[in-house]
Design a protein around this ligand. Structure first.
Ligand code: F6R
Length: 239
C-alpha cells in the first residue's frame, strides 16, 4: 500500500488527476470505478480542467459508480447519478451509454445487483477511486462481522446516516443503498483512495495499521497489490 501525504486537498487533487489522466492517455478505453462524496471533488475538478484544456479525452472510457441510494429518484438532487453528472460527467466527453450505475429503484434488488456484477466482471475495472467512511467503510460496505462479496443492498449505519444527512435538507436521507461489495472492489486492478480532514484520521490509522477485519472494511485493502492512499495532513495525524 503506497501512502502519500499532501499539504492540502487541492494539491492532492492536482496530483491524483494527473496520474489518472496519464492512465487514460495510456489506455483510452480504460474502465473507471468512481466514488461520490466530498473527497473526490478536487480530483474531479482537475479532470475537468485536463479535458477542457484538450490534454485528455474521456470519450472511450467506461465508468461504474460504487453505490447508489435506494428509493431516491434518479434525478433527485441527492442521488449519486445527479452528483456524478453535476460534478464530472456533464463537463467531459464521456459517453452517456458508457456510464453505469446501480439502480436503487429496481423492483428486484437481487436481480439488479446481479446485473451490475455481471457487467463489472465482464469489463473489469482498471482504476477504482475510493473515499473512506469515518467508520472505515468503502463503498457502502459498513463495519460488520464478515467481509461482503458482490453487490448487495445494505442498511446504512448510524455513522453514515449522520455524516451524509447534512446533504438532505428537504427530504429525509434514505437508510438503504445498493453498493459494490468488498470482493467487487478488490477485483479492480488498481485502487486510488482519497481521505481528507481530521474526521478520517482514526479510519486511516485502522486501515493501515489495524488488523485486517470487517470491523474496518477498508483494512482489506492491505491485501490488494496495487493501492495508492492519498491523504492530507489532517487525515494523517495518527500515522
Ligand atoms: C461514496 C462512497 C462512500 C464515500 C465515503 C466518504 O460513493 O462510496 O464510501 O466515499 O462515505 O465520503 P466523503 O468523501 O463525503 O467523506
Amino acid at each position: 500500500m503506497e501512502v502519500r501525504i499532501f499539504d492540502n486537498k487541492e494539491n492532492l487533487g492536482e496530483v491524483m488527476a494527473e496520474i489518472l489522466c496519464s492512465r487514460v492517455i495510456a489506455k483510452p478505453n480504460l474502465t473507471f470505478g468512481f466514488a461520490t462524496g466530498a473527497s473526490p471533488l478536487p480530483v474531479y475538478g482537475n479532470l475537468i480542467e485536463w479535458y477542457k484544456s484538450g490534454r485528455v479525452s474521456f470519450k472511450d472510457i467506461t465508468t461504474f459508480n460504487l453505490d447508489e441510494y435506494c428509493d431516491l429518484p434518479r434525478d433527485d438532487k441527492n442521488s449519486y447519478y445527479t452528483f456524478m453528472h453535476e460534478n464530472l460527467f456533464n463537463h467531459i466527453d464521456v459517453k452517456e451509454e458508457n456510464i453505469n450505475f446501480l439502480n436503487g429503484n429496481a423492483e428486484n434488488f437481487d436481480k439488479e445487483c446481479n446485473r451490475y456484477d455481471c457487467l463489472i466482471r465482464d469489463k473489469g475495472i482498471d482504476v477504482q477511486l475510493l473515499g473512506l467512511g469515518r467508520n472505515g467503510h468503502i463503498g457502502f460496505n459498513e463495519p460488520s462481522t464478515k467481509f461482503t462479496k458482490d453487490c448487495f443492498r445494505v442498511k446504512l449505519s448510524d455513522s453514515t446516516i449522520a455524516a451524509n444527512s447534512i446533504y438532505f435538507d428537504e427530504n429525509p436521507m434514505p437508510h438503504y443503498a445498493l453498493t459494490m461489495g468488498t470482493a467487487s472492489i478488490m477485483r479492480s486492478k488498481e485502487i486510488f483512495m482519497i481521505a481528507t480532514g481530521e474526521s478520517k484520521k482514526d479510519a486511516i490509522y485502522e486501515m493501515i495499521n489495524g488488523d485486517i477485519s470487517p470491523l474496518c472494511p477498508a483494512s482489506v485493502l492491505q491485501l490488494h497489490p496495487n493501492v495508492h492512499v492519498f491523504i492530507d495532513l489532517e487525515a494523517a495525524k495518527r500515522l
